[in-house]
Every structure is written in structure tokens, then in C-alpha cells.
Design a protein around this ligand. Structure first.
Ligand SMILES: [Zn+2]
Length: 298
């Protein structure tokens, strides 16, 4: 199974359009050690022909143009994009669907809660139901995508999207779930997990059989946004476990057999910089920092 990172940054991208933090300034200046990254998405293919896109980021048009394998064959109006999997109802997880509204036939896989968000937002009616089949996927139940790849949505500890927060009580936020996509083809397993609020024993054990893991690298430190004066929320509050720390991804995922790649990386996270101490720590622990166009064979 071929896995291609379409976008390795978190929502807002790197650099973020309205951010002048030290990292974004370096990325904007063309610094080769601060490569720009688009918003989180991974494409996978079992046959190298038909591709399944995990996460429809607002940068999807740019991501398709940047990756030749997603280009239509000359003389056709047939995209290799045969399916899209939605794992979050955040703007950065669904807005890219609007890019795919040109009467192209594909299958849209999502849990009921995310399909409801689409149904309630009239703008997504631009994806003609006669052309784009919406397939409801129950969490933890494997489905055949019909593309040579089996899909299971794994429930992960998370939060509700920011725009829905006002309608929810704090306890509902605690109980809300987000999803990781587990993809299996030819006996090989890839897990794409852009958001995970906590690495419980149960979560870690569910990642144990992955050959490749793309994991939430939003923040290096839980207090990073606050310390940099960029916001008032901790990573945990935003639904993202940090990379460092005793309960963080480096400590908790280190023992997994998978090739481990961070993506969904916020622009405040200095592991984005090739020459940072954070990058050194991540690589020393056996993890990689994802970048746009990164190809990994599972
Ligand atoms: Zn920034």
C-alpha cells in the first residue's frame, strides 16, 4: 500500500496566513529549513491507480495539483481520486469537498455524525448525490471500499468542532469522539490519526498492528500556544495530545512497530524546522516529521 502525505500541517497551514510567529516568518521567507506545508491530508492506494483521500482539507485543490499521481490521464476527465474518507467535521477536515464538485464520481466514507454535519450545511449539496455516493461507516466495523483497501474508523478521544462548542456542555465535549482511519491492503496496515486528545492504553493497543502510522503532531508542548502568545488553549483543550511529555506521543508510541510519522503539525510547533532541537528529539526517538509530498510504502 502506497501512502502519500498531501498536507502535513494542522489547520491554518504553515505558514498560517495571519500568523507572524517566528516559525511562520521563517517559512514565509523561503528559509530551506522551514518548508511550507499545507493542511492535513493523506492519500493511500492499494493498486497505485485508484486513490483514497483521508481528510478533505481546504488545500485539496493545491494538493491535487502538486501530486502527479492524482492528475487525470491526458485526454480524459477521470480523476484517480476514487474515494474520500472524512475523520473530522472540522473546517480543515471537510472544506476540501467543495473542490471535488465537478460531477466526478467517487465514494464518500464517513461516520453518521459527520454525514449529518454535511446534510445540515446546504453548501455541500453542491456534491450531487447522484454522482457522489455517501457511505455511512459505523465506528470499529471494517468496510470494503471497493478500491482494494479495507477501511475501519477507529474512535479516538477528542473534542467537538469549535463552531459547535457553544451548543455543547463541557461534559459533552469530554465525551465527544474523533476518528482515525485504519486502512488495510495486501495484509499491510496504515493508520491515519490527525487528532487524538489522549493516548490511553486502549488507544495505544489499537495502533499496535500498524505498519505505518501518521499521527497527530499538533503541538510539541501542551502549553505551546499560550507560551508563544498565540492563543489561550492548551493542546488537550483543543483535542490534541502533545508530542513531548510523559503522556505524549514520543513516550507512549515509541514501542510500536510502525513507521511513525507526525502530521497535522501546528505552525507553532518547532519540530517543523529542520534545524530545531525539537526535530532532533523526534528523530532520535525514531519518529519522522511529515512533509508535503512524502511517500511511504506500508
Ligand atoms: Zn505561526
Amino acid at each position: 500500500m502506497e501512502c502519500l502525505v498531501l498536507g502535513a500541517a494542522a489547520g491554518g497551514g504553515f505558514p498560517q496566513w495571519n500568523c507572524g510567529c517566528a516559525n511562520c516568518v521563517r517559512a514565509r521567507s523561503g528559509d530551506p529549513a522551514a518548508a511550507p506545508r499545507t493542511q492535513a491530508s493523506v492519500a493511500v492506494s492499494g493498486d497505485g491507480i485508484r486513490w483514497l483521500i483521508i481528510g478533505a482539507s481546504p488545500d485539496l485543490r493545491q494538493q491535487i495539483l502538486a501530486n502527479d499521481v492524482l492528475a487525470p490521464a491526458a485526454g480524459t476527465r477521470e480523476s484517480p481520486i476514487a474515494g474520500v474518507v472524512l475523520v473530522s467535521a472540522d473546517v480543515d477536515g471537510i472544506a476540501g469537498l467543495l473542490v471535488l464538485r465537478e460531477q466526478h464520481r467517487f465514494r464518500l466514507f464517513a461516520p453518521a455524525a459527520i454525514l449529518r454535519v454535511l446534510a445540515q450545511n446546504e453548501i455541500f449539496a453542491s456534491l450531487d448525490g447522484a454522482v457522489v455516493e455517501r457511505v455511512e461507516v459505523s465506528p470499529d466495523v471494517e468496510v470494503d471500499t471497493g478500491l482494494g483497501v479495507a477501511l475501519t474508523l477507529l474512535t479516538m478521544p477528542g473534542k467537538v468542532p469549535l463552531y459547535q462548542e457553544a451548543e455543547r456542555s463541557a461534559s459533552r465535549i469530554e465525551a465527544a469522539t474523533t476518528y482515525a482511519a485504519r486502512l488495510e491492503s495486501g495484509g499491510r496496515v496504515c493508520v491515519v490519526a490527525p487528532a487524538c486528545a489522549e493516548l490511553t492504553d486502549a488507544v495505544v493497543s489499537r495502533l499496535a498492528d500498524a505498519d505505518v502510522l501518521f499521527f497527530d503532531g499538533t503541538l510539541f508542548h501542551d502549553n505551546e500556544m499560550i507560551d508563544a502568545g498565540l492563543g489561550w488553549k492548551t493542546g488537550r483543550r483543543m483535542g490534541h495530545v502533545s508530542v513531548s511529555g510523559s503522556g505524549g506521543a514520543l513516550a507512549r508510541l515509541r514501542g510500536l512497530k510502525a513507521r511513525k510519522v507526525f502530521f497535522h503539525i501546528n505552525n507553532s510547533n518547532s519540530m517543523l524546522l529542520d534545524d530545531s532541537e525539537q526535530r532532533r528529539m523526534v528523530e532520535q526517538a525514531g519518529f519522522s516529521v511529515g512533509y508535503d509530498g512524502m511517500s511511504v510504502i506500508a
